[in-house]
Design a binder for this molecule. Structure first.
Ligand SMILES: [Zn+2]
Length: 275
């Protein structure tokens, strides 16, 4: 693996309307997405699956070249409509972290800010992504803040979503992305018990072999990014130098999930937010 680390990019939806500024912050415009993927290709990046990422990171396989893992959270139709074709043109694939309770349902969850111009993927569309080399992994069952749940409810979130995807696609699910990026030790413990081997956060930074398997960083790409901020994010793993320093301090403090839980409890009492 390259000494410069591997960026894992976190997307949600692609907005093909003319009105990206009024769009949900987590969407990127169709034009921006095309420009970003084209730049990755020009720079010589190859996409990896999360399984290949594990090989590169933990089995010390030496694969020359630049690697990137492209991930999408939630499961929006715009991935099938736009991302599949754009990525396929470059021989690229992606990983979709899917919240399974919404599939086939309309948007009615108050807790979950659905991207308005979009809709949820259907199983037949998800199967098509899968047959085109995309990896489908779990983003929980109801897309809830899991640190608010008791243990049986956490277990339900992580096992039900895993089982439903495995039954529908006949492929193993062993990676998880925390809804809202929120997690604690109890959530990680239940993921391990349920048979997961890795989990993805929204902490920024690139991946190195020292990464914690259940706290893998991802770089969020959203509608505030222009091509220059995008390049900085991909190349450094951070939005800015200050962000980089803060993130490094946090990585040291959060390396032990029990310590992370304590710090967050303290921060909450002191009036700091949880994210
Ligand atoms: Zn999500």
């Amino acid at each position: 693996m390259a000494a410069s680390g591997i960026p894992v990019l976190n997307y949600h939806a692609i907005d093909d309307t003319d009105n990206i500024n009024s769009s949900h912050n987590v969407s990127v415009s169709l034009a921006a997405f095309k420009e970003q993927i084209n730049w990755l290709h020009k720079e010589g990046y190859k996409t990896v699956t999360n399984e290949e990422l594990n090989d590169l990171l933990f089995h010390k396989k030496k694969t020359p070249g630049k690697h990137v893992l492209i991930t999408f959270d939630d499961g929006y139709f715009s991935l099938h409509k736009h991302a599949l074709g754009i990525l396929s043109d470059y021989g690229y694939t992606a990983t979709l972290f899917l919240s399974t309770s919404f599939i086939g349902n309309s948007y009615n969850q108050n807790d979950f800010e659905f991207v308005k111009h979009d809709r949820q993927l259907t199983w037949s569309e998800i199967r098509e992504l899968s047959s085109n080399g995309w990896t489908i992994q779990s983003h929980g069952y109801t897309h809830t803040r899991m640190t608010h749940l008791d243990i049986p409810s956490i277990t339900k979130e992580v096992t039900l979503s895993k089982n439903i995807i495995e039954q529908n696609l006949s492929k193993p699910v062993d990676s998880f992305a925390f809804p809202y990026g929120i997690y604690n030790k109890a959530v990680i413990d239940q993921l391990k018990i349920a048979g997961y081997s890795s989990a993805y956060t929204v902490h920024s930074g690139k991946l190195y072999p020292s990464v914690k398997r259940f706290q893998i960083p991802r770089i969020e790409i959203n509608n505030t990014d222009n091509i220059d901020s995008y390049k900085i994010k991909v190349l450094t793993g951070y939005t800015s130098a200050t962000n980089g320093i803060r993130a490094k301090i946090r990585d040291i403090a959060f390396a032990n999930p029990s310590v992370k839980d304590l710090i967050e409890k303290w921060a909450h009492r002191m009036g700091y937010g949880n994210r």
